[in-house]
Design a binder for this molecule. Structure first.
Ligand code: PLP
Length: 458
């Protein structure tokens, strides 16, 4: 390669730009620098097609059909309309608070020390205090020692299933439910048992029967703004479910993933009404603070906490103190409350715009209810709709949607799609809905009623 000086002269570029370009070429493996000699273009290696066939025998068949990458984790093309994602767009994050907090954390000792295995005492106290605020007068709120910090609630769910349910044992899941809980159950080798759940939460009779029939000791549920349905349980339903769980001597894992995303009112944590350690409460900051600050709290009272902590130790030992310090800095800043208030208004405007866009352009889509919080709409399509085909057709026309199939632990109870109203460019929601409406119209009613032959997957 010519010298950096020669490159600067040839391209009229600054030394910083040229150094950066050379570093990038080095990182890509295209050039190699030999100190005191110069920089050389590396020989290009031709890529041979490699044979990994031996792994088929070594791996054997998986225990359960384990989904690979779920739709909400897919990256969208820059010009696509993304209604599929699971995380809010960065314009909805407290960007200034996060940047300042990360800078402050980088300058503090948190950048150089190992955290306690259970997490930073201050952050644990903050999670405990938040739940204590929802605890009714006369109740005994959780303490900081009941809290474990985990690197995102997904990781917490995996630990809980492994530590409490155990291989081959049953776990009750609402149906539909969060795809990541279905995935974590599959990976932990626990047996997912679906319990039908609607806009008011799980059917208490079905729930009692499922406990009875399976002998399960754990129910995973989302009492507030469930992903995907947006359901929020009434107080009465929450009480009934808790009674059933108590009567069975079981645990309820409450995934309060959307605690910070209330629109018409606030989340009502069920765990605030349990002192006896039946409810294991999981609250994430990943979606509301920043996807780059993957921090969540698990509140578990009694010996069950130690079981979960032991699994965490085996899994990842501890969570980066840098991220914990940054998360705590954001949520204790006075600007955090202001941000949440503003966020609620933005969510309302976005939710209503997507609801209106669907009503206008996809009149056949049916919303059981408009969610009072969370990030998504859950729309039922006419019977017989081929949701996979609809998803593909929309993608071809530049709109990403999430097929409802991924949220069912067993067969889907109907054709559903999940649409996120917190992606980029809300002003394009009407265009997105128009594309969905057109793709649906292409599936003529005759198509929908004809028996469908499963296409072989290539
Ligand atoms: C219901 C639910 N629980 C847990 C998670 C995982 O959250 P985290 O990013 O904290 O791992 C998600 C993410 O989509 C979710 O929707």
């Amino acid at each position: 390669m010519p010298s950096n000086r020669a490159l600067m002269a040839r391209y009229g570029a600054s030394p910083v730009t040229v150094q950066k370009a050379m570093r990038t070429l080095g990182a890509l493996g295209l050039v190699e620098s030999r100190p005191g000699v110069g920089t050389f273009v590396r020989a290009v290696r031709t890529a041979r097609a490699l044979d990994y066939g031996w792994q088929t025998g070594a791996l054997g068949a998986p225990r359960a059909r384990i989904p690979t990458l779920s739709t909400p984790l897919r990256s969208a093309a820059p010009d696509a309309i993304g209604l599929h994602a699971g995380y809010p767009d960065r314009t909805l994050l407290p960007e200034r608070l996060v940047r300042t907090a990360l800078t402050r954390a980088a300058r503090s000792t948190a950048a150089l020390v190992r955290s306690d295995a259970a997490g930073s005492p201050e952050l644990r106290a903050w999670f405990a205090t938040e739940l204590a605020e929802a605890t009714p007068a006369g109740g005994t709120p959780p303490a900081a020692r009941d809290v474990l910090i985990v690197p995102g609630s997904q990781s917490g769910l995996s630990s809980i299933f492994r530590a409490i349910v155990g291989f081959g044992r049953p776990v009750l899941l609402e149906s539909p439910t969060y795809w990541g809980a279905i995935l974590a159950a599959a990976q932990a080798g626990v047996r997912a048992v679906p319990v039908p759940s609607g806009p008011d939460g799980p059917d208490p009779d079905e729930l009692a029967r499922a406990f009875e029939e399976t002998g399960a000791r754990l129910l995973y549920a989302q009492p507030n703004y469930a992903n995907p349905t947006g359901a929020q349980w009434s107080r009465e339903r929450a009480e009934r479910v808790l009674d059933i769980v108590r009567a069975r001597g079981a645990f309820l894992v409450e995934d309060d993933w959307a605690h910070d995303f209330g629109i018409d009112g606030a989340a009502r944590p069920l765990a605030a009404h349990d002192e006896a350690g039946h409810v294991i409460y999981v609250r994430s900051l990943t979606k509301s603070v920043s996807p780059a600050v993957r921090v969540a709290g698990v509140i578990a009272r009694g010996p069950v906490r130690d079981r979960i902590l032991a699994d965490r130790g085996a899994e990842s030992m501890y969570v980066s103190d840098l991220l914990q310090a940054a998360a705590l800095d954001v949520v204790t800043h006075p600007g955090w409350r202001t941000h949440l208030r503003h966020l609620g208004q933005q969510l309302r405007a976005r939710r209503d715009l997507l609801v209106d866009s669907l009503a206008e352009h996809v009149p056949d889509a049916q919303l059981d209810h408009v969610p009072r919080g969370g990030l998504h709409l859950w729309a039922r399509l006419p019977d017989g709709t081929d949701v996979d085909r609809l998803t593909r057709d929309c993608e071809t026309d530049g709109v990403l949607i999430a097929p409802g199939t991924e949220w069912f632990p067993a067969e889907p109870s109907g054709p559903f799609v999940r649409l996120n109203y917190t992606g980029p460019d809300p002003e394009r929601f009407p265009d997105g809905a128009r594309v969905i409406g057109r793709a649906l119209a292409r599936q003529a009613p005759a198509d929908r009623s004809a028996p469908r032959v499963q296409e072989p997957r290539g």
